[in-house]
Design a protein around this ligand. Structure first.
Ligand SMILES: [Fe+2]
Ligand SMILES: [Fe+2]
Length: 152
């Protein structure tokens, strides 16, 4: 069976959940914490951009998809702001961990809302052909972005 955009997005969501869990368990001041944070930062950035282009743009073209898409894009922006706060050299201390926990909670909330509400809504708006084509476009763009972001 050919995969749809939902399969591709769920796969990315699973990566994000796992990275959040591992980041919260990491010890302060370790190279592991820095590496996990970088991986999560790049993964979130690549996913958000590719998802905005290949999932939310098609949804925005429908009147019934406006509210959900705007809400999700706003949350992407909030996630970006938390990531920016965390991007300091010294990733230790209570303040850093409290913000990391806030980011993880927000990521989990956002993914749950997408999977439980927005996937269902868009399922009624997009055609089957679109759902398949968007999966390919999303995957290609995410990979390209991951590479570009890692090199920048
Ligand atoms: Fe999202
Ligand atoms: Fe997502």
């Amino acid at each position: 069976m050919t995969e749809t955009i939902y399969d591709a997005l769920r796969e990315s969501h699973a990566i994000q959940r796992s990275l959040c869990r591992r980041l919260l368990r990491s010890r302060p001041g370790t190279a592991e914490r820095t590496a996990l944070f970088t991986e999560l930062r790049l993964e979130l950035a690549a996913h958000e951009a590719a998802e905005e282009r290949h999932f939310y743009v098609p949804m925005l073209m429908h009147d019934a998809g406006l509210d959900a898409s705007r809400h999700a894009l706003h949350e992407h922006h909030q996630l970006d702001e938390l990531v920016e706060e965390l991007q300091v050299v010294h990733k230790a201390g209570r303040g850093w961990m409290a913000t990391a926990r806030e980011l993880s909670a927000k990521v989990h909330h956002h993914l749950r809302e997408e999977e439980k509400k927005f996937f269902q809504l868009s399922g009624k708006l997009l055609t089957d052909t679109q759902k398949r084509r968007l999966a390919t476009a999303y995957r290609r763009d995410r990979m390209r972005l991951l590479k570009a972001l890692a090199e920048s």
